[in-house]
Write a protein that binds this ligand. Structure first.
Ligand SMILES: NC(=O)c1ccc[n+]([C@@H]2O[C@H](COP(=O)([O-])OP(=O)(O)OC[C@H]3O[C@@H](n4cnc5c(N)ncnc54)[C@H](O)[C@@H]3O)[C@@H](O)[C@H]2O)c1
Length: 439
């Protein structure tokens, strides 16, 4: 049997051992799904704490069901390690490590490089390797392939299969999870695509869509995220214009979305957050420069979105001004530091930028987030209020809503706050709007 036949047989018989490298928001749910589908799965991470938690059956990711993880660990189907030598025991490897930006907003691909170099040391013949981290088009073939080939002495296509399959996880989404979200796969060569896609089909309920190369799959992921980034930039810009014109942009979107085709609603807010939408388009801009090409729409959108925290604080200053107050020494309560509703992730959160901007103006800021008790920024730990009561809310000059969490008693907040700046329009259904201003 050749490599393709052997791997297809192993997939059919569920004899593939899966390795997931990077056990974060993407990797842990993926490892759990593979294990739930009956594949023995080993998670690899450089953080010993995460490895210990998994091996103790303790979940730390919101989208994973605690009891699923516990059961799989107890049954010996799922385990985790910091020891990459176990790579020699796996037949399928998914790389799910971070792809952040460096301080100059350029791709920091070091996590991908380092994890791939570790994998290469132990890679055995007849293994499928798939990168899932979001990155610039070309990464799989130009960066990963040579590291794997040089480090292992094996040849891509004849000794192992390589591909890219972007992760689409949307933390907190109650309908679409890793299991039922359609997946795109692009391998180095048609055989790689076919075998890797077969492996995903054996695990997922969502469709698996095959494309002709890793670069197409890498580019389509960036298209998805750039599409969101640019549309959010557009609505943020129009919101600023509408405010000047005395028009509520929220009402405009609600009206526009009655069109049954050709329009998808996006909503304004204090800026972009998370590990994807604010970062990924920069991966493309950076790569585009290699071709002497400027991604002007990405740049324009970034300029607008990056300005939103400052703009929101300017607006907060005007609201306080109407109450005969200055930002300086004003007591401001920021509601929500998560980058989006109903999750505990504050990476790149615009709310934290809003807090920084408020503090630059010497406002006295506290935050409350039902999902996050403290956050760490620039090495400093900031602790939030443990609860909000009518007395606590009444003690602030301004309440600024920066995340649309659903488990906050907004009616109580409205009743007791002196002034509210609702940047997410979460209070839209409240009747008494006398103290509310929306973005
Ligand atoms: N979080 C999301 O919503 C989301 C959605 C789609 C795609 N993505 C993409 O998926 C990738 C991973 O994102 P995430 O949110 O899961 O990140 P994360 O920070 O939650 O998890 C990454 C994990 O990788 C580990 N790691 C770092 N270096 C390693 C190494 N050399 N070897 C092994 N493990 C290592 C880290 O310790 C961490 O546990 C990124 O490229 C991201 O853009 C994320």
């Amino acid at each position: 049997m050749n490599m393709k036949e052997k791997l297809l047989k192993k997939i059919e018989e569920k004899n593939v051992v899966v390795g997931v490298v990077g056990l974060g928001y993407v990797g842990l749910p993926l490892a759990v799904e593979k294990a739930k589908a009956g594949f023995k799965t080993i998670g690899f991470d450089v953080q010993k704490e995460k490895v210990d938690l998994v091996n103790a059956g303790h979940n730390y990711i919101g989208d994973v069901v605690d009891s699923d993880l516990k059961k799989l660990v107890e049954a010996g189907i799922l385990s985790a390690t910091t020891d990459f030598s176990f790579i020699k025991d796996v037949d399928f490897i998914a790389i799910c490590v971070p792809t952040p930006l460096d301080q100059h907003q350029q791709p920091d691909i070091s996590y991908v490089k380092n994890s791939t170099a570790e994998i290469a040391k132990y890679l055995k013949k007849e293994t499928m390797v798939v990168l899932e981290s979001t990155t610039y088009p070309g990464t799989t073939e130009e960066l990963i392939k040579p590291i794997l080939e040089t480090g292992s002495g094996l040849h891509c296509g004849t000794d192992f299969y390589l591909g890219f399959s972007p992760e689409r996880v949307d933390p907190g989404n109650l309908t679409y999870k890793t299991k039922n979200t359609p997946k795109v796969v692009g391998g180095v060569g048609t055989e790689a695509t076919e075998v890797i896609a077969t492996m995903y089909r054996a695990v997922l309920e969502g469709d698996v869509y095959e494309v002709s190369s890793p670069a197409v799959a890498e580019m389509e992921k960036i298209l998805e995220n750039t599409y969101r980034n640019i549309n959010i930039g557009l609505v943020n810009e129009l919101t600023m214009l509408c405010h000047k014109m005395g028009i509520s942009f929220w009402e405009v979107v609600d009206a526009a979305k009655t069109k049954p085709y050709g329009f998808q609603p996006f909503y304004p807010g204090p800026g972009l957050g998370g590990h994807c939408i604010p970062l990924d388009p920069y991966y493309l801009s950076w790569k585009a420069r290699e071709y002497g090409f400027h991604t002007s729409m990405i740049e324009s959108s970034m300029m607008i979105n990056d300005k939103m925290p400052e703009y929101c604080v300017e607006r907060a200053g005007k609201i306080l001004n109407n109450h005969e107050k200055a930002l300086k020494n004003a007591r401001v309560l920021v509601l929500g530091v998560a980058y989006k509703q109903d999750i505990d992730d504050y990476r790149e959160s615009p709310a934290i930028r809003v807090i920084e901007e408020l503090e630059k103006e010497q406002a006295l800021v506290d935050f409350y987030d039902p999902w996050i008790s403290q956050y760490k920024e620039h090495g400093k730990v900031v602790t939030g209020l443990s609860e909000i009561t009518p007395e606590i809310v009444a003690g602030y000059d301004l309440v600024m809503i920066t995340t649309a969490h659903s488990n906050v008693d907004y009616e109580m907040v409205q009743k007791h706050a002196k002034a509210i700046f609702d940047t997410k329009n979460v209070m839209k259904n409240l009747k008494d709007r006398s103290n509310i201003e929306i973005l």
